[in-house]
Design a protein around this ligand. Structure first.
Ligand SMILES: [Zn+2]
Length: 490
C-alpha cells in the first residue's frame, strides 16, 4: 500500500488544535488523530492529492479543534485562570488598546486623523478660493474667467487653478463605458499642489495647446479597473465619449478635498461645459510667502472687478487648506485635552493618594477618550469637507455633539467601572451574592455583595429603600486569600 503524507494545511490544523489539549492527554490525543488521518487517507481514493480531496481532509481535521476544546473544558483550571486574568485591570487597558487597533485597521490606519494632524502642524500656503454672495453661500462657485485672470495677474499669489467635479462615461473604448466620477482641472492644478505621480507625469502648463486630450488616472481606478498595469502610459481610453491619452497615474496618498475621481482631464475655458452654464467650478491657489489671506482677498476682488465688472458684487474668500483639513484637530483637540486634564484631576482625587489607582483610572480615561476622538474624526463626519472646500455646518455640529456625548459616556463608564473594582488590586469584583429582601425587612440591610477575586475584601452595595449605606467596603485579612483563590478556581 502506498503511504500518503498528511497535507500541510491539515498538519497545521492538528498542530494548532493540540495547543488547546491539556498536557497529560496531549500525546494520546495526537496518536488518535494521526490514526484518524491515516484511516482517512487509506480509505478515500485520491485522498490528500487533488485540491478538492485536500480540502475535504482539512475540513475533517477541523473536528480536532472541537475535540480539543471539549477536552480543555473538562480541565477547568486554565479557564479559571483565564477568568482571573480577565478581571485584572491590565485586561481593561489591553481591551481599550485592542479597540484602538481595530479602529485603526478599519479606518485605513487613522487616515483622516493623520491628514488633519499633518495639515494642522504644517500650515502651507495652499488655499481654496471661493466666492460668497450676499444671499448664497460657498456653493456659488467661481467663474472660470476670473480664475484664469487671477492666475495671470495676481501679485499676491503664485498661481491659481480651476477644478470641477462631474460624472463621466469612462471605459476602454466608447462602446464599453461605465459611469464614474471625473474631474476637469486647470493645467497648473497639479503643479500648484506639488504632486509627484506614481507613474508617467501630471499636466504641464502647455498641455492645453499640445495635449488637450491627455488624462491622468486616479490610483484606485488604475489599480482596480486596469489591474495596476505599469505600461499604461501612452494607452488610449474613452472619456466623455472621446478618445483620451493616458499620461500618468496619481499616487495612492494623493488627496484633494475628499474627491476620488477615476480620471482627471484638462479644463479648457473656451470649450468645457459649453451649453452647461450652471456647472459649479472651484478654485485653488498658492499664496506667495508672507502674504496673509485678507491681503490676497482684497487683490483678487479688485482683479475680479476688472474681468467681470457686472459680477463684482460677490466677495472673494481665500481659505487656507490647513484650516479646512486641520479643522477636526483645531475644534476637537482642545476639547479632548480639556477632558484629559479633568480626568487627571479626577484620577488624583478618586485615587486618594494611591499612585497605582490614579494611574489606572487616568490611563483608562485617556484611552477611552482617544477612542471617542478617533471614532468622531474617522467615522463621525468631523473630517468631512464639501468638494468646493466648504465645511457643512450639519457635519460639524453633529460630530461635535457625537464627541461630547461620547465623552460623557466615557466619564460615566470610567466611574462605574472604578466602583466595581477592588481598591487594593483593582480587579473587577466578582461572585455576586444577594443579601436580604428590601420589601420585607424594614430596618435590615438588603443589597448585593461582591468580592475581590483575590480575597482582598468584599463590597456591599445597597439598593432602594434599604437602611444600609450605598457602598461599604470590608477588607479581609490575609487568611482569606487562599480560600478565595481556590474558590475562584473551582
Ligand atoms: Zn483585590
Amino acid at each position: 500500500m502506498r503511504f500518503v503524507r498528511t497535507p500541510l494545511e491539515s498538519r497545521a490544523l492538528l498542530a494548532a488544535a493540540s495547543v488547546l489539549v491539556p498536557r497529560p492527554l496531549k500525546a494520546e490525543w495526537r496518536r488518535e488523530w494521526d490514526g484518524e488521518v491515516w484511516w482517512w487517507a487509506s480509505t478515500q481514493p485520491g485522498a490528500g492529492r487533488a485540491p478538492r480531496e485536500r480540502m475535504a481532509l482539512a475540513i475533517h481535521c477541523c473536528g480536532a479543534i472541537a475535540d480539543a476544546l471539549y477536552l480543555r473544558s473538562e480541565d477547568a483550571a486554565p479557564i479559571a485562570a483565564f477568568r482571573l486574568l480577565w478581571l485584572r485591570p491590565s485586561s481593561c487597558l489591553a481591551g481599550l488598546v485592542l479597540l484602538l487597533a481595530f479602529i485603526g485597521a478599519a479606518s485605513g490606519g487613522f487616515q483622516h486623523t493623520r491628514r488633519a494632524l499633518a495639515f494642522y502642524r504644517d500650515p502651507g500656503s495652499l488655499a481654496v478660493l471661493s466666492q460668497t454672495g450676499p444671499f448664497m453661500g460657498q456653493r456659488l462657485g467661481v467663474p472660470p474667467l476670473k480664475v484664469v485672470y487671477w492666475d495671470r495677474h495676481a501679485l499676491t499669489m503664485e498661481g491659481a487653478a480651476i477644478y470641477s467635479w462631474y460624472r463621466s462615461a469612462v471605459g476602454d473604448d466608447s462602446d464599453h463605458t461605465e459611469d464614474r466620477s471625473a474631474a476637469k482641472v486647470g493645467p497648473g492644478f497639479f503643479t500648484l499642489l506639488n504632486v509627484t505621480p506614481q507613474i508617467g507625469r501630471v499636466f504641464a502648463t502647455d498641455d492645453l495647446v499640445f495635449c488637450p486630450n491627455c488624462v491622468v488616472l486616479g490610483y484606485d481606478f488604475w489599480k482596480r479597473k486596469l489591474g495596476a498595469d505599469p505600461t499604461i502610459v501612452g494607452r488610449t481610453i474613452a472619456v466623455d465619449g472621446h478618445p483620451a491619452r493616458i499620461i500618468g497615474v496619481l499616487r495612492k496618498e494623493f488627496w484633494f478635498l475628499g474627491a476620488d475621481p477615476a480620471v482627471w482631464s484638462l479644463f479648457d475655458p473656451d470649450r468645457t461645459w459649453r451649453g452647461f452654464p450652471n456647472v459649479i467650478t472651484g478654485a485653488i491657489g498658492r499664496l506667495k510667502p508672507g502674504v496673509a489671506p485678507p491681503a490676497a482677498e482684497r487683490e483678487l476682488r479688485a482683479l475680479a472687478r476688472e474681468v467681470l465688472p457686472r459680477a463684482s458684487g460677490a466677495w472673494v474668500n481665500v481659505t487656507p487648506l490647513d484650516i479646512i483639513v486641520g479643522r477636526p484637530i483645531a475644534t476637537l483637540g482642545p476639547a479632548w485635552l480639556t477632558f484629559v486634564c479633568i480626568a487627571g484631576i479626577g484620577a488624583l482625587v478618586v485615587g486618594q493618594r494611591k499612585f497605582r489607582r490614579s494611574v489606572f483610572l487616568f490611563s483608562k480615561a485617556v484611552l477611552a477618550l482617544t477612542v471617542v476622538l478617533v471614532v468622531t474624526i474617522e467615522f463621525g463626519g468631523a473630517a468631512s469637507v464639501t468638494k468646493t472646500g466648504g465645511i457643512t455646518f450639519a457635519a460639524g455640529a453633529a460630530s461635535l455633539w457625537l464627541f461630547l456625548a461620547g465623552s460623557g459616556f466615557v466619564a460615566r463608564w470610567c466611574w462605574r467601572d472604578q466602583c466595581k473594582r477592588c481598591p487594593t488590586c483593582l480587579s473587577l469584583l466578582a461572585m455576586p451574592v444577594r443579601i436580604g429582601e428590601g420589601a420585607r425587612l424594614l430596618l435590615e440591610q438588603s443589597g448585593t455583595e461582591l468580592a475581590c477575586p483575590l480575597g482582598h475584601g468584599t463590597l456591599f452595595t445597597s439598593e432602594g429603600a434599604s437602611s444600609a449605606p450605598a457602598y461599604r467596603w470590608t477588607s479581609l485579612d490575609v487568611s482569606w486569600r487562599d480560600l478565595f483563590v481556590s474558590a475562584a478556581k473551582t
